[in-house]
Design a protein. Sequence first.
Lengths: 249, 387
Amino acid sequence: MRKILVGIKRVVDYNVRIRVKPDNSGVVLDGVKMSVNPFDEIALEEALRIRERGEAEEIVAVSIGPDDAQQQLRTALAMGADRAILVKHDGMLEPLTVAKTLMAIVSREQPELVILGKQAIDDDNSQATQMLSALWDRPQVTCASKVEIKGNTLSVVREVDAGLETLEVDLPAVISADLRLNEPRYVKLPDIMKAKKKPLDVVEFASLNVATPGQLTATHYEPPKARAKGVMVKDVAELISALKNKGLV
Amino acid sequence: MNFGLTDEQSMIVKATKDFVENELYPYEKEVEETAFLRPELHRELKQKAIDAGLYAANMPVEVGGAGLDPVAWILYEKELGKAHYALHYNCVGRPSNILLACEGEQREKYLFPSIRGERVDCLALTEPSAGSDVRGMKTTAILQGDEFVINGTKHFISHADHADFVILFAASGEEESPRGKKKLITALLVDMGTPGFEVRPGYKNVSHRGYNNCILEFNDCRVPKSQMLGELHKGFEVANTWLSATRLQVAATCLGRAERALDLAKQWSVDRVQFGQQIGKFQGVSFKLADMALELRAAELLTLEAAWKLGQGTATDSDMAMAKLKATEMLAMVADEALQIHGGMGLMSDLPLERIWRDARIERIWDGTSEVQRHIISRSLLRPLGG
Ligand SMILES: Cc1cc2nc3c(=O)[nH]c(=O)nc-3n(C[C@H](O)[C@H](O)[C@H](O)COP(=O)(O)OP(=O)(O)OC[C@H]3O[C@@H](n4cnc5c(N)ncnc54)[C@H](O)[C@@H]3O)c2cc1C
């Protein structure tokens, strides 16, 4: 395979305790630590392993987001991506816009495989893979937990409620990475320094002529209700009776 | 003036932090309780550090290091410094910068293998009767023909039990100076196992369990002249060129541990409830936190500034002294207050605090005591005025 495209989203770091802005217009991002979406790291790790097995030649990392998303793309380059593309876009992005923008990049780059995270940990939409598959008119497999390349087909194992499901799809295809697909490597220090020299293209969103559907508007953000304090029970018998009292069993 | 971190610097912090938290933290309790770093564990973690490119990252790219600039290096040291000393120093080794003074075959024999993690250095200046007064050293290395003959005792030599060779400083002669006779010092590379050279266990130490200091004995130990690092009688010149930055390393590791202690104290202040409220709501506790954060920030800025100046080639001895002095004294205060905020629990080995508190004590002593740093700073103030 010649080329793998990997999606890299800039999100609030998973360790940060999210706070909603006082005017409920969004979450606080000022001074907040931002990272690569963890599922995207897994997607990139899988691409790296495929390349290391000699089954792919080039890995291109793509992000759609503000100028600062270059930081996350640099991380992707330090992990081992060969080059990166930032589609510069400020403000809210709805899933269909993301998928259409990725489609525009796919048309340019003509990858044989696109690997995305199964969802982003900020908005949890989990739609980009499916929509891209439809727009591209190529097969999709979501929530991959094992990926094997067999010539022109891809064998993918996914964890489903009933157990493990194995799907075979023809390439080109788009897949999304689940948590147990792999454990991303540590970024190596010398590679961080080398990443500076790898190409990172910045493309203006407007230049891609992606029609923005504008189907979604965010009206109001609210923090989840604080959990009520629990009660300690002595033993199982007391637990059961407490649950019975609440009508839960 | 730009106080922000570059993308590379942020990534270096994250990469180091991830390694420290995932690979080193899990073994802290074991090493502390047994005061022993198991050889298998040592080997395993060292290999992981090498694979992650963290080992010897202080060294330039040309010789196989990561080529961190001084600011990035300090940020890396700060993250490493959060972990148990025996783990971060032995497993994520940072060979002494002074090895960059190696020439010719010395590079193949000492510099490159140290960077690859195949050989480990230790450095010996201090003697039982020569601590702060380094030049008062009694160990001699006298050139006889093509060989140095070494005699004397060094003590407090860190991790010599793990080392393959020592960077030794010894008196090689004397010269007349306006203030009387002055010893001339030469630096030498001496392999462990050289006849006449013995390493003995050192003293038990309140700080840094599992990270040992040793006593080195030299009795008519002979090494060829080619083992000389730098020029004859120019040992202190070599040391001054390469070693002053190690005080920034001390400062940076203190910043890391102080940050960890402060994080623990912050968390405890919201978790611990007394008199019906979080203890952090009592001004007596919250003002402590404010002062700790303030001191930490001040020490961090001083250290980063000194590192930045090092990169610009404008750092003075006094800059390094200020950073080392402030960071080590800050750590003493922050560790002590963090422990106080934890009450009795702070003293229990269930939490890493009592260790951080004990380990903090050494920082004001080694690499030049606080008094010596103050002496360096005050000298730089008064000398220009003829003082
Ligand atoms: C665990 C440990 C590991 C070490 N590792 C190494 C190592 O790897 N290699 C190495 O070479 N050394 C090492 N050292 C030695 C360390 O650098 C010395 O302990 C330090 O330089 C102080 O020397 P000293 O202990 O002999 O104290 P002294 O010099 O005897 O000082 C005693 C007291 O007198 C004060 N004092 C001395 N001179 C002055 C002055 N002019 N003005 C004001 N006050 C003064 C000091 O500040 C101190 O308070 C280590 C020490 C320890 C404890």
